[in-house]
Design a binder for this molecule. Structure first.
Ligand SMILES: [Mn+2]
Length: 244
């Protein structure tokens, strides 16, 4: 039995035979990597938080993918001109998914926005804009960059489950973000930082919850990148009830 991994999604306008139509969108890089790791991906479409428990009952694992910014209202943050792509319903849905996953200790891989969602869901806050808050920070997102292009190095805690899943403790990371974790949620610990101190990987303090939060994009590096596939294998293995 292949474990079923629910993957959340965003919305975008696409051209259809009915004209411009709103569509659920999720890059196939995510579902492709889950399949390479021998899991069965299921698309989760954002709805009210009241739907979340019934969904979590049916899932073996969860993937919270990248996307636009979380509304700063969700973490008591300030509005900032750089905040983009806010989807209030998606925020409500994914914050509830993350809280429910933490309660159930549902195996979870949280990528980019997903890592930020887990932090906010558990009481943490975000830097609304890295360049404004920390002008000497490295480039974490460059205009026109390729999604696979490394932006900076990340040093991981060699004892972290993230480093174990990747099979290495240094990553040349393809990050594409202008926000980052500010205050870390109490249930999380930092397992990786960029050289400028920006938090790039987190895990739960409670080792019985298999959750990997990464600020970079292993899904874009593809199944030929063994460390990236290793993260998805760790998720699917935990979702299947065995240790990676
Ligand atoms: Mn970065």
């Amino acid at each position: 039995m292949q474990p079923i991994i629910g993957v959340s999604s965003g919305r975008r306008m696409v051209t259809s035979s009915a004209g411009e139509t709103e569509a659920h969108v999720l890059y196939t890089t995510y579902t492709g990597m889950i399949r390479w790791a021998d899991g069965l991906p299921v698309l989760l479409t954002p709805g009210p938080a009241t739907e979340v428990e019934a969904l979590l009952d049916r899932l073996d694992g969860l993937l919270l993918p990248g996307g636009g910014d979380i509304d700063p209202v969700c973490y008591g943050g300030a509005q900032h001109e750089s905040v983009y792509g806010v989807e209030p319903l998606r925020d409500e849905f994914e914050l509830a998914l993350a809280r429910g996953a933490a309660q159930r200790k549902l195996p979870t891989l949280a990528i980019c926005r997903g890592m930020q969602i887990v932090n906010v869901a558990l009481g943490g806050t975000l830097i609304e804009d890295i360049k404004s808050a920390q002008p000497d920070a490295l480039e974490h997102r460059r205009h026109g960059q390729s999604a696979t292009e490394p932006q900076h190095t990340i040093e991981l805690d060699p004892d972290s489950t993230t480093a174990h899943a990747l099979g290495k403790d240094t990553v040349e990371a393809n990050t594409i973000h202008h926000q980052a974790i500010r205050d870390l949620a109490g249930q999380l610990k930092i397992t990786g930082r960029a050289p400028d101190g920006i938090i790039e990987a987190v895990e739960p303090t409670d080792a019985s919850w298999p959750m990997w939060g990464v600020q970079w994009h292993p899904e874009w590096l593809g199944h030929n990148d063994e460390p990236s596939l290793g993260l998805f294998r760790a998720l699917v293995a935990a979702a299947g009830g065995w240790s990676a």
